[in-house]
Design a protein around this ligand. Structure first.
Ligand SMILES: [Mg+2]
Length: 349
């Protein structure tokens, strides 16, 4: 069932488009999991790599000059972008999973999604090899929207730099967030993936929050119970996917040495909503490793200590605050995230 695609390797050997690092390296004995079995993370070029200079060429001089520029510079790798440490950490988790479960397809699978023309693929492949990334799935749409492909890939999470595309993906029920480049970048672990989530409107729907505010805790829990199968917001599905992979480590006695760690970081107080949040997660069968109720204290300094590879929040105020302190933060558009991502939730180990 080898689904590897022998495509880019041939392209780089054409004519004078020689490369210093032929992409043959990234086909080595890595059968790809089927998308329906993997935890599929789609990332755009602009969040995985730094492409600001190229963006400027495109905006000032148009697509033809942009393509010419990319071909002229195709042996120069792009620098790492905001999602780069996250992707490296996903790969570190995959290495541990492959050691423990050599035959399992329950791995992270990374898809590079780009609006670029296929010509730019050579530079992207050179960059991926330069940074020793193992990304074999590309989605190069030549200017068209890739949103339709995301569903076909069974995408569990799509990270983009383009807020408009994020809204389009949300409308299709894809779990998605806009990633921002922090002004300074806090150093993060290379061996343990750390993911932090805001609570309200990220893990918990705003509908539940409205019921809680209007009618109190008892009505809230009644609503939760009645909607147990439908309450999951899209980013919550990603937390669920992380939890399933965590359990594979626990099953091998590696709970204390698990390479995935999750955090709830909410501005609310433990007294007002801590019980509700923790009970809701338990009712959904989800675990969170650490829960921080800040009771109005700013999130940035706490995130600086946690050093997550990514932090999800629905309020730009918090996203900007986190980014200012060096955390890679992702914005989840508030109130649109009601559609449950179908299909993957019922998957079991
Ligand atoms: Mg919130």
């Amino acid at each position: 069932m080898d689904q590897r695609r022998p495509r880019e390797k041939k392209q780089t050997k054409k004519g004078d488009l020689s490369t210093t690092r032929p992409p043959v390296l990234f086909f080595i004995l890595r059968p790809q999991p089927k998308p329906e079995n993997a935890v599929t993370i789609a990332v755009s070029t602009r969040v995985l790599f730094r492409t600001e200079r190229e963006q400027k060429v495109f905006e000032r001089h148009g697509v033809e000059e942009y393509l010419r520029y990319q071909i002229q510079h195709e042996n120069e790798p792009f620098a790492p972008g905001p999602a780069f440490p996250f992707v490296k950490a996903l790969e570190a988790v995959n290495s541990r999973l492959r050691q423990l479960y050599p035959q399992s397809e329950e791995l992270f699978d990374i898809v590079l999604v780009t609006y670029n023309h296929a010509h730019v693929g050579i530079r992207l492949i050179n960059t991926i090899n330069h940074h020793n990334l193992f990304i074999e799935r590309f989605c190069m749409t030549g200017g068209s929207s890739p949103i339709g492909y995301l569903a076909a890939w069974h995408t569990d999470l799509y990270l983009s730099a383009d807020a408009q595309k994020v809204r389009e993906a949300l409308a299709e029920g894809i779990a998605v967030a806009t990633v921002f480049m922090p002004e300074k970048q806090t150093e993060v672990s290379e061996s343990q993936l750390r993911v932090a989530f805001d609570g309200d409107a990220v893990l918990f729907s705003d509908e539940s929050e409205r019921i809680f505010k209007a009618h109190g805790l008892d009505k809230f829990f009644e609503h939760e119970r009645q909607n147990e199968d439908t309450l999951l917001d899209h980013v919550t599905c990603f937390l669920e996917a992380l939890g399933k992979l965590q359990k594979k480590f626990y099953a091998k006695g590696q709970r204390l040495d698990c390479p995935i760690r999750t955090y709830l970081v909410t501005a609310r107080s433990a007294a007002s909503s801590g019980l509700r949040a923790l009970k809701t997660l338990r009712a959904w069968g989800l675990e969170i490793d650490e829960a921080l109720f800040l009771a109005g204290a700013p999130k940035g300094p706490m995130l600086e200590k946690i050093r997550p590879h990514i932090y999800f929040d629905d309020q730009m105020f918090h996203v900007e605050g986190a980014a200012e302190m060096g955390t890679i933060a992702a914005h989840v558009p508030y109130g649109v995230a009601q559609k449950r991502q179908a299909g993957k939730r019922d998957r079991r180990n």
